[in-house]
Design a protein around this ligand. Structure first.
Ligand code: ZN
Length: 180
């Protein structure tokens, strides 16, 4: 996972709970200096370890923290790379640009970023299915990111996530209904 993701996790904790709490979290983690360089890669396990410690500290289940982090992560990435979402006037058009445009550009910016495969499909009932595939199975992070993007575009959404890699599927289908 790229350092930028760790940087934004730190921002979320510091903003919500203060620097002392972030330092406590780093103290509990195995050999962590807390210095993460945005464009460098760090082991996924390190991120999961930090998230695990945050869950214990805040007494929240991992699903809640990961989803909340996804929402925050969208804001953090959007601040750093605002041209990606500024190029779009709707959430739908933005989401459809992730795979072919944004991830291609991100791969140039961040060497070997190990991104999920995303596929978007319009459904006859007006909903849109965003199909997520990644060996990391971080579909809840993807859900949070979509919710973060919806907030940015001031677009109300309902999300269904019945087909899931955590329920014996090879992919996750995030079915998005635009409600406003
Ligand atoms: Zn899933």
């Amino acid at each position: 996972m790229k350092g930028v993701v760790f940087n934004i996790l730190e921002e979320m904790v510091v903003e919500g709970y203060g620097m002392a709490v972030w330092n406590d979290i780093l103290d509990e983690a195995q050999n962590s200096t807390g210095i993460f360089i945005a464009f460098e890669s760090y082991p996924d396990e390190k991120l999961f370890e930090l998230v695990g410690i945050i869950c214990k500290k805040l007494d929240q289940p991992a699903e809640v923290i990961v989803e909340a982090f996804g929402q925050y992560l969208f804001g953090g990435l959007s601040k750093r790379h605002s041209h990606f979402d500024e190029a779009h006037d709707s959430l739908d058009s933005f989401l459809k640009s992730i795979h072919d445009v944004i991830h291609v550009e991100v791969a140039k910016l961040y060497n070997d970023p190990n991104l999920p495969a995303i596929e978007c499909m319009d459904n006859p009932d007006g909903t849109m299915t965003l199909r997520y595939r990644s060996p990391r199975k971080l579909c809840l992070l993807a859900e949070g990111l979509i919710r973060g993007a919806a907030t940015k575009f001031e677009q109300g959404i309902k999300l269904k996530h019945d087909v899931c890699m955590h329920k014996d599927s090879d992919f996750c289908d995030l079915v998005i209904e635009y409600t406003s």
